[in-house]
Design a protein around this ligand. Structure first.
Ligand code: CO
Length: 468
């Protein structure tokens, strides 16, 4: 039996531009552009791309103003896209794919960044530059109005780290972005950088023997918090020269603690190194400073088996559905002891978002995608979690599969949840996707704009008030 959400893992080759029919009414203050990233192509020639995270990147643009929605989509013309499609075979190492390469090609790929630049995970703005990102630190620049690929974005610095998160933070007070990178070599290290559009400045260098796979990190007003999960690189040499795809070089060690490293944003000093029971996560939700402790919310898993459940074949033919993270609140004691957690609410959460004005600060609301408990299905609902009341509200519709919900604040709003959520939803009943606009206060539907085709399941997007 084909899965009802199969279209979400089916290539979308048609690049279109269209004004979308809108059902309902968009709020009049909602003006700007949502740009989302994710895989648009799941095979090269006759070869399937094995893992969801390796589909060839496609950007989707929703321009919203005066109640109208214009949509367009374009593939990123990366080396992977151009060369793989021209030759009908996979050339570059991705997250869970590794073509046969010569030893020389492997050495070049790791140490000189000869990459395919399939920037499929997220988008960000750096000064006036719009960038698509993956976890290899060479983002692809694009035109936010036409989605035209402009090429690899080069920083004017000498950073050598080979891995970067696709989840940078922005510190409005200090006027720079913050990202965490990993240098892998004879002396590996986590490296925290202050990022501007010109260059990256090292804040802290944290030596580590077996670096963990880290997809995101958290910040508070004064600190950067790096969660080191128990999925660790066993051998840097094997990563460089072995035949295993990138993520296969990391092994989950259930016997070894995870830990939180707390670093001062300004001085770079390591303030605390706090052990906790082994766990895994992709996405942090938020963190803030308490009384001699840091409170850190995260979408967490007991182990890293999730990664295996996200192979496309598993998703489409497997008997089990991928788990969705628990909403965990960790308390990180700053003067000694282990970090402990409690679970908030009864709903699971992934692809979490908040009102970014509350990033690093005490906050009340988180939004995310989730699976209805007991439904035995893929992600099929959106949730709003009230971390104070420990309650959750849910949006769900039969046959519908939503992705990440981006919170856009009402510029005249006072309350933290005054605004809308924008999410792309696959409607499996009609075989097309739509942009869903929910009132973030109660998750009631304000409008939906119907796309004339399906949008494969993506990862992350950002909303910008400009360009329009
Ligand atoms: Co992510």
């Amino acid at each position: 039996m084909p899965k009802p959400y199969q279209l979400g893992f089916t290539s979308q080759y048609a690049e279109i531009e269209a004004e979308l029919p809108v059902r309902g009414a968009l709020p009049s203050w909602l003006r700007g552009t949502l740009i989302r990233n994710g895989p648009g192509q799941f095979e090269v020639g006759r070869t399937p791309i094995p893992h969801w995270f390796d589909g060839l990147a496609q950007l989707h643009r929703f321009s919203l103003s005066e109640g109208r929605v214009r949509y367009s989509n374009r593939f990123i013309r990366s080396q992977s896209y151009e060369r793989d499609n021209a030759a009908g075979k996979i050339h570059f190492r991705g997250f869970a794919v590794d073509p046969c390469r010569s030893l020389f090609q492997k050495a070049m790929a790791l140490f000189s960044n000869e990459q395919g630049n399939n920037a499929v995970v997220n988008v960000t703005r750096l000064g006036e530059h719009y960038l698509a990102m993956t976890e290899f630190p060479l983002p692809m620049a694009f035109n936010p109005e036409t989605l035209e690929t402009l090429g690899v974005y080069g920083y004017d610095d000498q950073v050598k780290a080979q891995i970067a998160t696709a989840h940078p933070h922005y510190d409005a007070q200090r006027g720079f972005g913050i990202n965490m990178m990993t240098y892998i070599g004879l002396s590996s290290a986590y490296q925290l950088y202050a990022v501007t559009d010109k260059a990256r400045r090292l804040i802290a260098n944290l030596p580590v023997q077996q670096p963990a796979y880290v997809h995101s990190f958290a910040v508070t007003a004064r600190t950067i918090v790096l969660a080191e999960f128990s999925l660790r690189l066993t051998s840097p040499l094997a990563l460089a020269f072995g035949d295993q795809p990138f993520i296969r070089n990391f092994r989950y060690d259930a016997q070894r603690d995870s830990r939180f490293l707390v670093v001062d944003k300004d001085s770079g000093a390591l303030l605390a190194d706090i052990p906790t029971d082994p766990f895994f996560a992709f996405h942090h939700i938020n963190a803030y400073e308490g009384d001699d402790e840091i409170i850190l919310d995260i979408s967490a898993y007991d182990d890293a088996r999730l990664i295996d459940s996200l192979y496309v074949r598993e998703l489409l033919e497997g008997n089990e559905y991928p788990p969705v993270g628990q909403f965990r609140r960790y308390s990180l004691p700053l003067s000694g002891g282990r970090a402990e957690y409690e679970v908030i609410g009864s709903e699971t959460i992934e692809l979490p978002r908040i009102h970014y004005g509350y990033n690093g600060l005490p906050y009340r609301y988180a939004y995310g995608a989730s699976t209805q408990a007991g439904s035995g299905d893929f992600i099929n609902q959106l949730v709003k979690v009230d971390v104070q009341a420990r309650t959750a509200q849910v949006w769900r519709e039969d046959g519908c599969y939503p992705g990440e919900a981006v919170f856009v604040p009402d510029p005249h709003g006072q309350a933290e949840d005054e605004g809308v959520l924008l999410a792309v939803v696959l409607d499996s009943r009609v075989g097309r996707s739509f942009l869903l606009v929910l009132n973030a206060r109660d998750l009631s539907e304000m409008a939906r704009a119907e796309v004339p085709q399906h949008i494969p399941f993506g990862f992350h997007g950002q909303f910008w008030s400009k360009p329009n």
